[in-house]
Ligand binder design. Structure first.
Ligand code: ZN
Length: 196
């Protein structure tokens, strides 16, 4: 059975492919030589907020836009094989990663695996159903966020200090404001990511 989502996606794709045109000839390396590491939050559209067209830049996304080993893997490939020389770490206001601690996430999963609900008044998560959970969440680092500016600085520093990241890459830190659409620089992060 085909879901409504699959039908919608394929209809949208048919329109997109119909006017694909010259994009067929885009080269693999990003034309504008930069990469963005940002959150998967559905309200963030890096192509729109940073003005990207197909072929312009690499966009690496995960929960929080955190500098995980896998994000760094992508960034290193982005530079080493595809020539980017400037990287942007972009977190955002009202990030879901601020709504829980690693401990709480593990507890919720240990109780039950289905979608939890967030109480908007107390900003705390609880499970509508109980049972059938799994303790494995206690063994994962969820990289939840306590303070947006701190997390951007931490991630830029972590990337900067990585032995596979050359010193001449410029790393910038920003916070996207979901209420205004603006990118606000985190000066301490950009300072930490300054190229040598
Ligand atoms: Zn987020």
């Amino acid at each position: 059975m085909t879901s409504k989502t699959v039908t919608e996606i394929l209809a949208a794709n048919a329109d997109y492919a119909a006017s694909f045109g010259a994009k067929a000839d885009l080269p693999m390396p990003p034309a504008r030589h930069f990469a963005i590491l940002t959150c998967m939050d559905a309200r963030l559209d890096p192509a729109r907020y940073a003005g990207l067209a197909e072929g312009d830049a690499h966009v690496i996304r995960n929960a929080g836009g955190r500098a995980t080993d896998d994000a760094i893997r992508s960034l290193v490939i982005s530079h080493k094989l595809l020539g980017t020389t400037e990287w942007f770490v972009i977190h955002h206001t009202d990030c879901g990663m601020e709504t829980f601690t690693d401990q709480r996430m593990a507890e919720l999963l240990e109780d039950n695996l289905n979608t939890a609900s967030l109480d908007p008044a107390s900003m705390t998560w609880s499970n509508p159903h109980h049972g059938g959970g799994c303790a494995d969440g206690h063994f994962i680092k969820w990289l939840s966020i306590r303070n947006q500016e701190d997390s951007v600085v931490q991630d830029v520093r972590h990337i900067r200090a990585h032995p596979l990241v050359p010193a001449n890459i410029a790393i910038h830190g920003y916070i996207f404001d979901v209420r205004t659409g603006k990118l606000n620089e985190v000066a301490a992060a950009t300072a930490a990511g300054r190229p040598a």
